[in-house]
Design a protein around this ligand. Structure first.
Ligand SMILES: [Zn+2]
Length: 482
């Protein structure tokens, strides 16, 4: 992107893009919402400094703003992984002496709300504001990115907040438990065991001002940001953005210091993970490593997951009444996807539930997906595309979460790819998933009520025994041997 920065043709093209964007907003706002229905089409262009802008006219009276900065946890090695999160909080510490509260008051005065999120891949500032104040809200957003002063006092405060969000001060005991994989969800635990997740949180207290400032200098540059605005757009918004956001600094972006974690350890095939002390419930998880589906539609795996969701519901709830809401899930850890089958099950029903799950998967391995069911589920998934994303905020979130599918004014419409997934292709994906046996994880409290009653009875018996012995000893002493 950096080579484009100084090119005069680029500047010229940039002006044309601005003009087109303004015309598009004018056309859509005057034609009502009819033209805005195609959610995959947006007005997208870049400012000369490399800032990518996506504009989409939508519902009246409100705008949803997302500023996506391309820096997240995965860009850092384990020891400093909290750096982008810490910086995100620091950027809310204030623009002047009025501090954090003063900043909040300014946003309140605009009738807006804001928040920010740090994920594995990005840091995103989220604003919802009345349409009439969209320029002022964007002014304020620009100010917090460029003008927030970060000092030792602000750092200490943000450290405390981040520690609090992570579940309080990171004590030696927690660190020890982290190392032992105790207290994590089952998928986190498996990912940690496989080497796909950092074994312990980075210690926020060890992170200093210089490190935070370095992250800001390196990553908070225009050519590493995307600004998304959806809603009742100001007709002159493109010209405003050109004027106000063009002076954001840009810089050469080299690759991040860290690479995505890969599987580096063998994990146990089966483990029981203690969750709390006492109870009758348990959670059964079967985890499959997702195959890389080369040359075919990656959506085949989405359909397999939808199918498995239905299969779980049919078998575990409808036919056998073993679980109220079993579910399937796909998660990404490092460079690996994990597909899981999950069910809340009574502790006593665990063996039966595992048997039913085993039979279900054996049946699928042997006979493949049922053609009729597959077709029905595929049609439902396709139909869902039409109403899945509603309103300005959901649309803005959709663009944020699918930035990887954006290319010159359009987001990929997944419907085409989904409709092209054949039964054969889905069956091949399923067979790849089933090539390896699942990792089984069972989460349950340390003791069931029955076990507690038995323990109590045992302790009771022991106590009675001890008391009897004491009484006998006492009597023997009272009646001396003759
Ligand atoms: Zn946070």
């Amino acid at each position: 992107m950096a080579d484009l920065l100084k090119a005069p043709t680029w500047l010229w093209l940039n002006k044309v893009a601005l003009l087109l964007a303004s015309l598009m907003i004018l056309a859509v706002t005057s034609a009502g919402r009819a033209l805005a229905v195609d959610r995959f089409q947006v007005e997208g262009y870049q400012l000369a400094n490399g800032l990518q802008i996506l504009l989409k006219p939508g519902d009246r009276g409100h705008v949803a703003i997302r500023l996506v900065v391309g820096v997240g946890f995965d860009d850092f090695p384990c020891a400093t992984q909290e750096l982008p999160h810490l910086l995100e909080h620091l950027l809310f510490s204030g623009l002047d002496e009025s501090g954090e509260g003063g900043l909040e008051e300014r946003m309140q005065a605009l009738g807006g709300e804001w928040n920010a999120f740090t994920s594995n891949s990005d840091t995103t500032f989220v604003i919802e504001a009345p349409a009439r104040n969209q320029r002022k809200a964007l002014d304020l957003l620009r100010a917090i990115i460029t003008q927030t002063r970060i000092d030792a006092k602000a750092l200490e405060l943000s450290r405390q907040i981040v520690e609090h969000e992570d579940g309080g001060h990171y004590s030696h005991l927690e660190r020890l438990l982290d190392r032992q994989d105790i207290g994590h969800g089952a998928s986190d635990q498996l990912a940690t065991e496989l080497g796909l997740k950092c074994p312990e949180r980075s210690n926020v207290a060890d992170l200093n001002l210089a490190q935070v400032q370095a992250v800001r200098d390196k990553w908070y540059v225009a050519n590493n940001m995307t600004l998304i605005v959806v809603g009742d757009l100001d007709r002159l918004l493109p010209a405003y953005l050109e004027r106000v956001y063009s002076d954001l600094r840009s810089a050469d972006l080299d690759d991040s210091d860290a690479t995505l974690l890969s599987i580096s350890h063998a994990a146990q095939m089966r483990r029981t993970l203690p969750q709390g002390w006492l109870g009758e419930g348990s959670k059964l998880h079967w985890f499959y490593l997702e195959p890389a589906i080369a040359g075919e539609h990656p959506q085949a795996l989405d359909l397999v997951q939808e199918y498995l969701d239905w299969a779980l519901y049919t078998e575990l709830r409808l036919k056998h009444g073993l679980s109220y809401g079993p579910w399937s899930q796909r998660d990404a850890f490092g460079d690996t996807g994990i597909l899981s089958l999950n069910a809340d099950v009574d502790r006593d029903d665990l063996p039966r539930a595992e048997r039913v799950l085993g039979q279900m998967m054996d049946n699928l391995r042997e006979h493949g997906l049922d053609p009729q069911t597959f077709e029905r589920i595929k049609q439902q998934v396709l139909a869902r595309q039409a109403w899945a994303v509603q309103g300005n905020s959901e649309l803005a979130d959709y663009y944020w979460n699918n930035l990887g599918d954006y290319d010159s004014g359009r987001f990929d419409d997944p419907s085409r790819a989904i409709s092209q997934v054949s039964l054969d292709e889905a069956n091949r994906a399923l067979r790849e998933v089933l090539k390896q046996p699942p990792y089984v994880r069972i989460e349950q409290p340390l003791l069931s009520y029955d076990q507690v009653y038995m323990l109590a009875a045992l302790i009771g018996l022991l106590l009675v025994g001890m008391i009897l012995t004491l009484v006998r000893g006492w009597r023997r002493r009272r009646t001396p041997a003759q």
